[in-house]
Design a protein around this ligand. Structure first.
Ligand SMILES: Nc1ncnc2c1ncn2[C@@H]1O[C@H](COP(=O)(O)OP(=O)(O)OP(=O)(O)O)[C@@H](O)[C@H]1O
Ligand SMILES: [Mg+2]
Length: 273
């Protein structure tokens, strides 16, 4: 499904494959623990294009987080090449990787990783400080990012004053504040009840569609993967399956069919009797 573009002014037969935002070429990752070596990734090659929404699946220990750490420039491959936006990043220094990370990538984790003594707004602002954005601009951007996840009215709440779903939305806003091209999410719905999980998928789907954000999301759950456009499955550090999601779900269509939290609790109370 690689999109093809014809270069302006080139002869008609000169077609260039549109560059992938992510390209891995035979990537290996070995953790050296002295006595033992753990081969977490064993020769992974793949391409992800702009505006894709990819679910990364596989059993515990199959290499999903290792892959995400490499995609996110938090770690480097032991062997092989990683091209991010056409640029080979596998051999860059830690400082260079940190700069690229801040400019191009947003991260969301299972634990929301918010600073607890800091308001939602300040949590979201933090990456803009590292990016050297002017102070006046920072607050505007942070407010804008909170509005994009539907939390404009919670800017001055502390994490402890927010529900799990709201905390994850703050974390998504924080990931968006520097306008990344790619959002990397490792089990972002892992700590949430099923309705809240679908609400988070709704936000990710909207960002993917409206903002053309590229999303790569790790999940254990087939139900959650159904909201993506493409699924990758890892086993023992290898990519074993790579296919389009055939019956893709739209979170905004699923949400009205789910019981609200209150209805859920009422049902549980009935069952307990
Ligand atoms: N920092 C590390 N040092 C040594 N071994 C590691 C390290 N990180 C991961 N591993 C090993 O690499 C393999 C892949 O781990 P990884 O965390 O990528 O799995 P995963 O698919 O994310 O699993 P889970 O679903 O449980 O999160 C595992 O065998 C793990 O024990
Ligand atoms: Mg993991």
């Amino acid at each position: 499904m690689s999109a093809q573009i014809i270069l302006n002014g080139e002869p008609e037969n000169m077609v260039k494959t549109e560059a992938a935002v992510i390209r891995l070429d035979n990537v290996h990752k070995t953790y050296d623990l002295g006595e033992v070596q753990v081969h977490a990734l064993r020769g992974v090659s793949l391409e992800i294009h702009a505006s894709e929404f990819v679910a990364v699946m596989g059993a515990s220990g199959s290499g999903k987080s290792t892959l995400m750490n490499i995609l996110g420039c938090l770690d480097r491959p032991t062997r092989g090449h990683y091209y991010l936006d056409g640029m080979e990043v596998s051999q860059l220094s830690k400082v260079e990787l940190a700069r690229i990370r801040n400019r191009k990538l947003g991260f969301v984790f299972q634990q929301f990783n918010l600073l607890s003594r800091t308001s939602a707004l300040e949590n979201v602002e933090l990456p803009t400080i590292y990016a050297g954005i002017r102070p006046e601009e920072r607050e505007r951007r942070a407010k804008d990012a909170l509005a994009r996840v539907g939390l404009a009215d919670r800017a001055h709440h502390y994490p402890s004053q927010l529900s799990g779903g709201q905390q994850q939305r703050v974390a998504i806003a924080r990931a968006l504040v520097n306008h990344p091209a790619i959002l990397l999410a490792d089990e972002p719905t892992g700590n949430l009840d099923s309705r809240t999980a679908v609400e988070i998928m709704d936000i990710l789907q909207r960002l993917n569609e409206e903002g053309s954000l590229t999303v790569v999301l790790v999940t254990h759950e087939q139900d959650i993967a159904q909201f993506a456009k493409r699924a990758l499955e890892f086993r023992d550090g290898k990519l074993r399956r790579d296919e389009a999601i055939s019956k893709r779900l739209l979170a905004r269509e699923v949400l009205p069919t789910l019981p609200s939290l209150e209805e859920d609790q009422a049902e549980e109370n009935m069952d307990a009797r």
